[in-house]
Design a binder for this molecule. Structure first.
Ligand code: NAP
Length: 305
């Protein structure tokens, strides 16, 4: 299939790029994954996306964006990109079902994925009480005690969400200062179900068939103690989904795609937008904005070809 633009990733960045390119009359295809929508699919409540004064879930927001793309006749494939060949234009992208897409421009909007502690007990108890998605699994902890690991906006957002179901939520943070914004911090600190365990790292997740607790180490005193809980939710940040482009595009030391002049990558005709190229802001609205910029940069490139 020959296209003006192939967009890899169907989150806010990819969808916005698709909307702009389709409205400009360019043949465009969105390659998502199953289900398409990226990290927002795991976001419980969004209150800061302009135009939506009432809180809505990330899944609802993504549904609206996909509907807008469908209205503009942008095909959305639920296949992942398996490999890319950027050595010549048109670029060739092979999807996981074997379909090869040729495109004059490529927009990378693959986002980022949740980070794990990578300790043995976490791997063993994953999906048996260990999760990186409070939205997906919080429901199962009605009346239970759960721990959230991390001190950023995700951790506090997850703790707030979990407090709707759980009897008690303990937030474990490796420092004594939160990274999260002041508004979320104030909300979480005034929630009677949420308590904080400071200066502590997870030595081990305890449990046989399911999680029964955490072994924590106080990084200031060195003291090791056990904390009983039924579930553990990781919220310790994300890694950019850029493996496909390793060795093909310039990446920074953390694996984010390096961009210059806003969305241009090291290969002319390939543009990057959203969290895969954003180690700093990581907001849905920023992703959408950078998707627009990538589309306009791709349009200028196509006009020059
Ligand atoms: P983040 O801001 O990078 O925070 C990650 C947290 O996990 C930090 O507190 C960090 O500790 C801790 N951490 C990292 N690695 C760890 C490890 N190995 N063990 C223990 N703790 C570890 O990630 P995020 O909270 O996912 O947020 C990412 C971006 O999305 C941010 O810009 C955030 O503002 C944004 N976001 C916004 C919203 C919203 O607007 N509603 C919601 C969610 C996320 P340190 O603090 O010590 O580094």
């Amino acid at each position: 299939m020959k296209l003006d633009a192939l967009i890899i990733g169907a989150g806010p960045a990819g969808c916005t790029a698709a909307i702009y390119l389709a409205r400009a009359g360019y043949s465009t295809l969105l390659l998502g994954s199953t289900p398409p929508g990226g990290q927002l699919l795991h976001t419980n409540e969004i209150e800061n996306f302009p135009g939506f004064p009432e809180p809505l879930s990330g899944a609802e927001l993504m549904m609206q964006m996909h509907k807008q793309c469908a209205g503009l006749k942008v095909p959305l494939s639920a296949e992942k990109a398996a490999s890319v060949d950027l050595s010549a234009n048109p670029f060739k992208t092979t999807a996981s079902d074997g379909t090869v897409y040729e495109s004059r421009t490529l927009i990378v909007a693959t986002g980022a994925t949740a980070r794990w502690l990578n300790i043995e007990s976490e791997n063993r108890l994953r999906n048996k009480g260990v999760s990186a998605c409070a939205t997906c699994d919080g429901f199962f902890y009605r009346g239970k005690t759960v721990c959230v690991i991390g001190g950023g906006d995700s951790a506090l957002g997850d703790a707030m969400f979990l407090s709707r179901f759980a009897a008690s939520v303990k937030l474990i943070h490796r420092r004594d200062k939160l990274r999260a914004c002041a508004a979320l911090t104030a909300k979480a600190q005034s929630n009677p179900k949420i308590s904080f365990v400071w200066d502590s790292t997870v030595e081990e997740i305890l449990g046989g068939e399911t999680v029964s607790g955490l072994r924590l180490k106080n990084v200031k005193t060195g003291q090791v103690s056990d904390l009983a809980c039924n579930g553990v939710f990781l919220a310790i940040g994300h890694d950019p989904a850029s493996e496909l482009f390793d060795g093909k595009l310039d990446l920074d030391k953390e694996g984010y795609i390096s961009v210059h002049d806003h969305t241009h990558t090291s290969v002319p005709g390939v543009f990057a937008c959203g969290d895969v190229a954003d180690p700093r802001y990581k907001q849905a609205v920023c992703a959408a904005g950078s998707g627009c910029m990538a589309a306009l940069d791709a349009r200028d490139y196509l006009n020059r070809l």
